[in-house]
Design a protein around this ligand. Structure first.
Ligand code: SAJ
Length: 439
């Protein structure tokens, strides 16, 4: 055990907390991972994982076996407390930060002078200040950096350092990405930076907590806006009878144009959520950000309308939806537009709808209740079906195109389109392309 390194307590063992805890542990740092769900704790302590992410399984296994990572339902004393709990959106599109404050209540009794508390959860601007106040209420004997400013000194250092890793590449990006480290004071930022430099290869840049909170929201709002542009283009192109995939490939040959990809809407627990934190804080100013959210949500409804039209046009064919995950090559179905679309279709057409999702063993209960049939890709390809591509998983992208010969195809991700203006063999025969267009 490396005694020169701090002991770390990670609160929340989800998509960010668990990979971070495993990474720290495999750097020889003693880590206690805390999760309120006893079954998560049990799974991890047996060396297994409850989420799918490349390389996470063996890393957690190794960390637990070596004794550097232990999971618990309650925190214990540590030098550094890292909070990585969910900050979801309420039905009225307002941020819910209750889990951050519950985490504060959990760790407060274990804080000692010289301790460092870092919040990583995506949070509305001002949350780290509120976290400090909460900790100060629960631990009146210790001083906290409630007021920002370069001169502030306190028993406990507090910082906000947003996670910015991409699901599917989490363990690589945890190490390689730059980190934006927002201290409640410059002393706090310096303390937190020292911690991250134990395991981050990217640059660790110091700033204030408020600015770091806004940086995280800005990054995801920027991506949402750019995806909205692509989704809006796809709907415009349908009106104008222009192939959107060709259009984007050609426009992206301009040196300063880089249009993202249209899809069936934006999912996940970040891009579709975080822009609302900005809208909630500054509703009169955040007009573009709100509109981007609305455009991306409208794209899912648009896709649904197109599938309904295909169902009406081909009354004797079944529908096979390819993909349920919120994006390619992950098992995460949370806030997935594909799930929402399949659910609505099944509500209207019950047993006529099938779903292929290679990353899950069993369909979500709601889809089973609605009569959706879980299919393998082979089964979906066999049946003269209407094939709707909702997720660009590699397994779908790489299939032998001759197997699509009898299907009616609606490809919302453009995985079977021929890149425009590129040399080389077309990916689809002219005949197949015209059938896709006619569908
Ligand atoms: N999507 C498209 N077209 C695209 C790109 C994405 O339709 O061209 C869709 C995806 O299919 C998915 C959604 O957008 O439904 C979001 O996927 P994503 O890959 O853009 O992002 P996430 O949610 O997996 O991760 C994002 C990342 N943020 C940015 O790239 C700015 C990641 O770095 C953050 O750490 C993560 O949010 C987070 O946790 O906040």
């Amino acid at each position: 055990m490396r005694r020169d390194y701090p002991k770390v307590c990670v609160i929340g063992l989800g998509y960010i907390g668990l990979p971070t805890a495993a990474l720290l542990a495999t750097h020889g740092i003693e880590v206690t991972g805390v999760d309120t769900n006893p079954s998560v704790v049990k799974t991890i302590n047996s060396g297994n994982v409850h989420i799918v992410e490349p390389d996470l399984d063996w890393k957690v296994h190794r960390a637990v076996q070596s004794g550097f990572l232990t999971a618990k339902t309650e925190p214990e004393s540590a030098d550094v407390f890292l909070i990585a709990v969910p900050t979801p959106l309420a039905a009225d599109k307002r941020p819910v930060v209750d889990h951050v404050f519950s985490a504060a209540d959990m760790i407060a009794p274990y804080l000692r002078p010289g301790g460092l508390v870092i919040l990583e959860s995506t949070s509305p601007v001002g949350t780290t200040e509120q976290l400090c106040r909460r900790l100060a209420e629960r631990q009146p004997d210790l001083s906290f950096p409630i007021t920002t400013g370069p001169a502030a000194q306190s028993d406990i250092a507090v910082a906000y350092c947003p996670e910015r890793v991409l699901p599917g590449r989490i363990l690589t990006e945890l190490v390689d990405n730059d980190r934006c480290i927002g201290g409640m004071s410059s002393a706090c930022a310096a303390r937190a930076r020292g911690f991250y430099e134990h395991f981050v290869r990217g640059s660790c840049v110091e700033t204030s907590a408020r600015k770091a909170e806004m940086v995280k929201l800005t990054e995801n709002a920027f991506r949402d806006l750019n995806i909205a542009f692509a989704n809006e283009l796809s709907m415009i192109c349908e009106e104008l009878d222009v192939d959107v995939w060709d259009l984007i490939a050609l426009a992206n040959r301009h040196p300063r144009v880089q249009i993202l990809k249209p899809g069936p809407g934006v999912g996940g627990h970040c891009i579709a959520v975080d822009p609302w934190f900005i809208v909630d804080a500054a509703p009169d100013q955040a007009r573009l950000i709100r509109t981007a959210r609305e455009v991306n949500d409208a794209k899912a409804r648009h896709v649904l309308a197109r599938i309904r039209a295909l169902i009406d046009k081909h009354p004797h064919r079944r529908v096979s939806c390819l993909g349920l995950a919120f994006k390619a090559n992950v098992d995460d179905l949370r806030e997935s537009p594909a799930v929402e679309i399949v659910e609505r279709l099944a509500d209207e057409h019950g047993g006529r709808i099938g779903a292929v999702e290679p990353f899950i063993q069993r369909l979500p209960e709601r889809l089973i209740q609605l009569g959706v049939q879980q299919q393998t890709l082979d089964e979906a390809l066999r049946g003269n079906n209407i094939l709707v591509v909702l997720v660009d998983h590699n397994a779908f992208r790489e299939l032998d195109r001759s197997r699509l010969a009898d299907a009616v195809i609606y490809d919302t991700r453009g995985i079977w389109s021929e890149p425009a203006g590129l040399l080389g063999k077309p990916l689809l025969s002219v005949e197949l392309q015209s059938r896709i267009a006619a569908a």
